[in-house]
Ligand binder design. Sequence first.
Ligand SMILES: CC(=O)N[C@H]1[C@@H](OP(=O)(O)OP(=O)(O)OC[C@H]2O[C@@H](n3ccc(=O)[nH]c3=O)[C@H](O)[C@@H]2O)O[C@H](CO)[C@@H](O)[C@@H]1O[C@H](C)C(=O)N[C@@H](C)C(=O)N[C@H](CCC(=O)O)C(=O)O
Ligand SMILES: Nc1ncnc2c1ncn2[C@@H]1O[C@H](COP(=O)(O)OP(=O)(O)OP(=O)(O)O)[C@@H](O)[C@H]1O
Ligand SMILES: N[C@H](CCC[C@H](N)C(=O)O)C(=O)O
Ligand SMILES: [Mg+2]
Length: 495
Amino acid sequence: MVKLSSLTRTLLRYRIVHDKDVNIVSITSDSRTVQPGSLFVALSGYTVDGHNYVLESVEKGAVAVLLERPNPQVRVPQIVVPDSHLASAIVADAFYGHPSDRLRMIGVTGTNGKTTVTHLIERVLADAGKVPGVCGTLGARFAGRAVELNNTTPFPVELHGILNDMALAGCTHGVMEVSSHALERRQNAGVQYKVAVFTNLTQDHLDFHGTMEAYLAAKGKLFSRLGNAYGGHRGDMSYGVLNADDAASTYLAAQTVVECVTYGIENDADVRAKGLHIGPDGLACDVHTWLGDGHLQMSLTGRFNAYNALAAIAVGLIEGIPLEQILESLRGIAGVPGRLERVAGNHPFTVLVDYSHTPDSLENALDTIHEFAKGRVICIVGCGGDRDKGKRPIMARIACEKSDLAVLTSDNPRTEDPEAILDDMEAGVKDANYAYQRILDRALAIESAISVAQPDDVVLIAGKGHETYQIIGRTKHHFDDREVAKQAINKRFNG
Ligand SMILES: CC(=O)N[C@H]1[C@@H](OP(=O)(O)OP(=O)(O)OC[C@H]2O[C@@H](n3ccc(=O)[nH]c3=O)[C@H](O)[C@@H]2O)O[C@H](CO)[C@@H](O)[C@@H]1O[C@H](C)C(=O)N[C@@H](C)C(=O)N[C@H](CCC(=O)O)C(=O)O
Ligand SMILES: Nc1ncnc2c1ncn2[C@@H]1O[C@H](COP(=O)(O)OP(=O)(O)OP(=O)(O)O)[C@@H](O)[C@H]1O
Ligand SMILES: N[C@H](CCC[C@H](N)C(=O)O)C(=O)O
Ligand SMILES: [Mg+2]
């Protein structure tokens, strides 16, 4: 519990309507989670305005409100700020006693690979006796707890709350995915990163950022916000980890004053893989680092996972873990949920569920599959609604070009007309002579692909990975590609 005055002291530009010091027991930006004694933060949303819930929050017991436009209907103290989003980060950070200072924060950004890299880092740190907490697309997990999240990077109040829970649970490290949306919206204001990792930059989210330049600039903010100082002494310094094979890294290195470690396969790098071998059951390569050499063997496969592993190795070395131990940890990782995840069973072909929902990740997933597929490759893919429209025809073309049969279907249509999304996709393939089907219903699309799969074929179900829902309109329906695939396999082989 803290006094409201101790929170407002952290702000410079604000005024209070109905000034009175009160005790704040919790803080939230969602009226649905307000409790007696809460400070409610009204955020101007993208589709919904949190200011509409001020009255409701007070009725539920909020004792103060932080907002941009005061509400004449309520009598509790109202702290009026120019930007409630930024102010909520500053106030939440103070309310929780600056939790990110109590953790070594590792931020991972980039178009693809963030979830995988955070997962690998988690394992490397845990095996070395550290206590990592992780926060990202798969939710937050720490100390045996799992918290579901709406966003890859939570909004400020939720984020600082999670970091506080991690610190209280004894975590030593906070490993988090930092999405470009979050960087642009300053969702992680107040989080001081000790290590900033960049995976890669390819097309996605142009609906939000407009241009690739703006998208890159958003990613750059993770690096520029490492600050102009680089820490007090070795062990407390900040570092960057950059992909030497991605042209964007030159720009990112220029955004920060901290020392950057590079990793790569093609170009010279501080952590470099050589002699890479990709197989159906994993990958292997020699690893040369500025701290010695070793051999990596992993059950995650695909060239892109070699990059993810190199990034995790760089972070492990920065954290002072011996190379041999890092490699041992990576060797022990079975897989990441929804990332080239195999649907188990006795069927004579392979079914993989993968979260490739960008042109680059789809291409990578299909290229990797071609490295080991003995039969045909069948690809089921859709594109999300209310998201970058530009990637739709490109993804359809990649699916058709890189597979023997493509089935175009729905992903999460959200508020868009699913047929119109498929029209956008089909525009990329209509004029060519591709073998593809268009089946709107995702379950039927999966069933259709599985019904024609022959021994040794590989069926890739792309786009939704670990997701256990399909968003149609504003409703989340239960839907799990892995379950649907299993049902289709059962139907085919057991009637
Ligand atoms: C389009 C978009 O970005 N929407 C985000 C936005 O939602 P919104 O404006 O519709 O608003 P809302 O959450 O429904 O309501 C606005 C405010 O009112 C409050 N509210 C709302 C209802 C209520 O009853 N009471 C109440 O207090 C909400 O808590 C919120 O503070 O604000 C919400 C947080 O409050 C986000 O969860 C939500 O992200 C949605 C789920 C989303 O899908 N966002 C995508 C674009 C996104 O951010 N993706 C990135 C990256 C993905 C990647 O890396 O590929 C991510 O980090 O997840
Ligand atoms: N380093 C990489 N480069 C390119 N593609 C990758 C890389 N790592 C993973 N992928 C592909 O991208 C998909 C998503 O991977 P992952 O979930 O790790 O990325 P992400 O950056 O967290 O995605 P999101 O932005 O949706 O959270 C995987 O299923 C795989 O097909
Ligand atoms: N974090 C990404 C996930 C996309 C997953 C895909 N299944 C879709 O719905 O487009 C986003 O919000 O854009
Ligand atoms: Mg992710």
